[in-house]
Design a protein around this ligand. Structure first.
Ligand SMILES: Cc1ncc(COP(=O)(O)O)c(C=O)c1O
Length: 399
């Protein structure tokens, strides 16, 4: 079927974090919501039908994990990423973040270090600091408009005996990198040699733009597979985050048993019936949707990039290789973070994630979610252009 991604959906008044909580989280209830990683598109038809069937049954009791959950995961990983995994490697989890929290709890002691690559998805920090561990940031380097890993720094950090885990975010939120096989080989080798366990968050792995390929960290070699715990989910790809169903993939029995015991211990992993149905439907038949969604998102990105270059040249889009989260380099505006926030939130009235939330490396940047109808991008561009032209750094200063 043909999906109509242009069709506007009014999400206000639906308890949507993105739309109904923009005032609290971003600071202006009138800001056009383009923040949290949640799409404004309805889920694929097979997902809607599965959820509808469940809803119409009227019975929403406890579920057990059926073989279809693992079969669908194995199928999707093979189909989309050429990754052959066994059904036994797949475990149900309610969402991605509990894996990061549980890994820290399971494999580290208070005071130990967790390596991550700022600027990065900020809840990673909470998984470390809320549990009395220490962040070791192998910060990404921005060179000629593209982020790269700093391997010398990673070597040093991994060699620290207190470094026990590395959180890898691939594709990387917010900088949009899809790491190459060579990069993953170097990361994997450094971590293996230094006994640093890799937790690979691959939740954005279905959003890959032409010219790039997602390579699951654990697919690179058998040694890496044994030293990696991977978290995947249809939640970003098919807009089912509110349904709470995801998967953890591990190939090493001891690792799996230990982290699974921690995840089970407080009974926080319990199966959502709607989530299960949506998960199985998405990974069993979501490819048609995904194949149409990627070019639509590319169109949004192209529109935004063109508008920035033509009318707001001091705001630069870091070209994404994956994800629908655009990392905007606003440093040329010459604004301090509170002023930059004020510019977008109050003057332009577009609600974006603030770059400094992603760590000090995000200072001077903003993150914009373009998984929305083209009309929303157009409206955002109009609002930004108006504010840009009215400000000191707009065209007036030259003319
Ligand atoms: C990199 C990354 N990991 C994890 C999550 C959250 O996933 P979940 O809701 O499944 O915990 C997000 C959501 O934006 C994300 O971008």
């Amino acid at each position: 079927m043909k999906y109509e991604f242009d069709r506007l959906v009014d999400r206000r008044g639906t308890y949507s974090t993105k739309w109904d909580n923009v005032g609290n989280r971003i600071g202006n209830p009138n800001a056009l919501p383009m923040w949290v990683a949640d799409m404004d598109f309805p889920a694929p038809q097979p997902v809607i039908e599965a959820v509808r069937r469940r809803a119409e049954s009227g019975i929403y009791g406890y579920a057990f994990l059926p073989p279809e959950f693992r079969e669908a995961t194995v199928r999707w990983m093979q189909l989309r990423h050429g990754w052959d995994i066994s059904q036994g490697s797949v475990l149900y989890i309610s969402s991605i973040l509990p894996v990061l929290f549980a890994a820290v709890q399971t494999f580290t002691e208070p005071g130990d270090k967790i390596i991550l690559q700022r600027p990065v998805y900020y809840p990673f920090f909470q998984a470390v600091e809320n549990q009395g561990r220490v962040i070791s940031s192998n910060s990404l380097l921005l060179r000629d408009g593209r982020y790269e890993m700093d391997f010398e720094d990673l070597e040093r950090r991994a060699a620290d005996p207190r470094a026990k885990i590395m959180f890898l975010c691939n594709p990387h939120n917010p900088v949009g990198r899809v790491f190459s096989r060579e990069e993953l080989e170097r990361v994997g080798e450094i971590c293996l040699r230094n006994h640093v366990l890799v937790i690979s968050d691959e939740v954005h792995s279905d959003f890959i733009y032409p010219g790039h390929k997602h390579i699951p960290m654990a697919s690179v070699s058998a040694e890496f597979a044994a030293n990696t715990i991977t978290a995947v989910s249809p939640s970003k790809s098919f807009n089912t985050a509110g349904l709470r169903a995801a998967a953890m993939i591990t190939f090493q029995d001891e690792l799996r048993d230990r982290i699974h015991a921690v995840l089970q211990n407080d009974r926080s992993v319990s199966i959502s019936t709607f989530g299960l149905d949506a998960y199985i439907a998405a990974y069993s038949g979501g490819e048609e949707y995904m194949d149409q969604l990627i070019p639509y998102l590319e169109g949004n990105i192209h529109y935004l990039d063109h508008a920035l270059k033509a009318g707001m040249p001091k705001i630069k889009l870091i070209q994404p290789e994956g994800t629908y989260l655009m990392w905007l380099d606003c440093r040329e505006l010459g604004l301090k973070d509170p002023e930059l926030d004020h510019f977008f939130t109050d003057e332009a009235e577009v609600g974006l994630d603030k770059g400094f939330w992603f760590g000090k490396e995000g200072s001077g940047f903003m993150r914009m979610n373009v998984a929305c109808q083209r009309a929303t991008i157009e409206e955002a561009v109009r609002r930004m252009q108006r504010a840009y032209d009215a400000s000191d750094f707009g065209p007036c200063q030259f003319g």
